[in-house]
Design a protein around this ligand. Structure first.
Ligand SMILES: *[C@@H]1O[C@H](CO)[C@@H](O)[C@H](O)[C@H]1NC(C)=O
Ligand SMILES: *[C@@H]1O[C@H](CO)[C@@H](O)[C@H](O)[C@H]1NC(C)=O
Ligand SMILES: *[C@@H]1O[C@H](CO)[C@@H](O)[C@H](O)[C@H]1NC(C)=O
Length: 357
């Protein structure tokens, strides 16, 4: 009897464990694991890679690392065909294919002991140029998916540093620099790790080699476009950065908070500009008045030649003032002269037989 109950219990627990297993693990974790690999692989590119289109094995070592600031300049002429084909099919296929190549790479070889004695630094690609093209293309796409706020890229590093393990990638040995970013556990932005790993850090960490060690460093970074403002907080506007072509060209749209009300940050001019309230749907003028934009605000006014009459609560036509009668006479005279000229013209072309107006 007791034995039977025991079996029943075991079966029951097994059942419990199994349902839990099939409910959560297979759906979320493989994607999360892949993203951690892809994130590391592309962060290694962002922080430690140099432009392989120019220079040589000899000079690359001394080249400045700049991909924490912007994507390759000029942009890639051709995206890597494998990345392109995969990522055109959507974010999941994109991650799958890039993760596959990442685990075969020399860069992350400590992750897979299978490739421990690999000596080709471009693995799984033939040349450093192809590896560069592959990872730059992958970064374009994943940054683009991040800006589109793809739900799959949310919080995949939650609870751990986005740049965890970065010092273990092979590129670090050559680049010889440390990268830190204190923001990794941001609750406000569930896409922060995706932004840190895939996109150039357009707001912060640009001059400090990509590091953002503290809140103060974040604000003081000389590459921060908002640093001269009272509130130097710089924000990437995801919904304004979804143009793939613009992204490749480093045309990032950021926002600074403008102190004066009625002003808004212009990415294009890199300064706070006046909001034209008259163009907003929320602004309407009544009683026959029209909207007039002012610096920082707007007002409703009557058209030219009209004035506001408080009694009728309407715009009324301006009545000519008698003291201006002199100029009125002048106007009548001008009209008379014009009529006489017309009569002369009509006489000349034979429309009439006299020149009297
Ligand atoms: C790589 O390492 C494995 C075991 O460590 C060994 O059997 C194999 O021959 C090595 N391959 C090369 C190409 O050195
Ligand atoms: C930023 O905005 C400009 C102007 O609207 C646009 O041309 C550009 O493509 C945008 N950038 C991105 C990355 O979407
Ligand atoms: C000229 O005009 C007058 C009056 O308008 C008319 O009686 C006369 O027939 C006209 N002469 C010619 C030549 O058209």
């Amino acid at each position: 009897m007791a034995f039977k109950i025991k079996i029943l219990f075991i079966t029951f627990f097994y059942f419990l464990l199994n349902t839990k297993h099939s409910d959560s693990k297979p759906v979320i974790n493989p994607l999360r694991d892949k993203l951690r690999i892809v994130g590391l692989y592309l962060a290694a590119h962002k922080y430690f890679e140099v432009d392989r289109r120019t220079g040589s094995e000899m000079t690359w070592k001394y080249d400045e690392r700049v991909y924490h600031k912007y994507f390759p300049l000029p942009r890639l002429k051709r995206l890597h065909p494998e990345v392109r084909t995969a990522c055109d099919q959507g974010v999941l296929t994109c991650i799958d294919v890039i993760a596959d190549n990442a685990v075969k790479s020399y860069s992350l070889k400590y992750l897979t002991l299978k490739y421990m004695n690999e000596t080709n630094p471009s693995k799984p690609f033939a040349t450093p140029l192809e590896l560069f093209q592959y990872r730059a293309s992958a970064a374009y796409f994943l940054c683009w998916f991040t800006m589109q706020r793809s739900e799959y890229l949310m919080n995949y590093m939650s609870g751990s540093n986005c740049l965890q393990d970065l010092e273990k990638v092979k590129e670090k040995e050559v680049a010889d620099k440390d990268v830190v970013d204190f923001r990794h556990d941001s609750i406000q932005n569930p896409f922060l790790c995706a932004e840190i790993q895939f996109c150039p850090n357009y707001c912060y960490g640009r001059r400090s080699g990509g590091s953002v060690p503290s809140q103060l460093a974040l604000i003081k970074d000389s590459g921060n476009p908002c640093k001269h403002l009272k509130d130097p907080t710089c924000t990437i506007l995801p919904n304004e950065n979804t143009d793939f072509d613009g992204l490749q060209r480093n045309m990032f749209n950021i926002s600074c908070s403008c102190q004066r009300s009625g002003f808004i940050w212009s990415s294009r001019f890199e300064l706070c500009v006046d909001v034209d309230e008259c163009k907003l749907k929320t602004v309407t003028c009544t009683n026959g008045q029209v909207c007039q934009n002012l610096p920082g605000s707007y007002k409703c006014v009557c058209r030219k030649g009209y004035r506001f009459d408080a009694e009728s609560n309407q715009c009324v036509e301006l009545v000519p003032i008698p003291s201006h009668s002199l100029s009125r006479t002048g106007r009548v005279k001008a009209i008379q002269q014009k009529t006489a000229l017309m009569a002369m013209f009509e006489y000349v072309i034979g429309l009439r037989n006299n020149t009297e107006p």
